[in-house]
Design a protein around this ligand. Sequence first.
Ligand code: ADP
Length: 254
Amino acid sequence: MKAALDIKDLTVNYGGIPAISNISAEIPFEQVTAIIGPNGSGKTTLIKAVLELLPRQKGIVKVMGQPFARVRNHVAYVPQKEEVDWHYPLLVWEAVAMGRLKPGNILRALGSNDVEIVEESLAKMGLTAIANRPIGQLSGGQKQRVFLARALARRADLYLLDEPFNGVDATTEKIIMEYIQALRKQGKTIIIVHHKLNEVYSSFDLTLLLNRELIAFGPTLEVFKNGFIQEAYREKLEQNSEERVEKGEKCLAY
Ligand code: ADP
């Protein structure tokens, strides 16, 4: 088995309009890969299509060499925290315990091993003291940590995280970085949608750069040094510099 994710010619439409077109990439095992691209470039769509949360118009995706449905128990997904109904009456530990549910057998009672794993996951994410708090009462950083704890509890091989650093405090940011490093040491495969380019540059093995189509994919330093970033973000850069000119500020070099 060559790739953790093998994406071939993937196209996803919303209402007949393509959000991503003809994406192909083989994301290897045991690496930390960033998915980057301007707002609306299709990063979340790509992750959701891989996880079969969205229909594909075209293309084939293999997850760990198999169709996703066959390996879903080995995959942990952390969606953007805005995607969840936080008013749902669930306690922190219950949300984390959901990581132990296996699709197809969700009514199985938690065993003592599950309880231990849930407690350990809560502790690792600094949530033990608030384990009995309703999820609706949490701060942005705490919400993000609940998702991460749930993913940890899953004991997966492949982790897909969608913008985990978005709207979190400095403490949570540090916890997430440590979380990623710990998973990396265990030989897990981690794929993260990220919007802070400087952090991707300094700490990610591989980068997939998207702007509705694949712009570049490979070792992070290569992707950053060949003008691909400027190409993908051109519209945004032009927009920013126009705004600066309007405000009488100095223009960026590009
Ligand atoms: P990113 O994650 O890079 O910000 P998205 O994958 O969220 O980009 O969105 C890609 C494009 O698809 C955007 O133009 C967005 O407006 C559009 N889009 C996303 N979700 C939907 C939806 N549910 N219905 C219609 N269009 C959508």
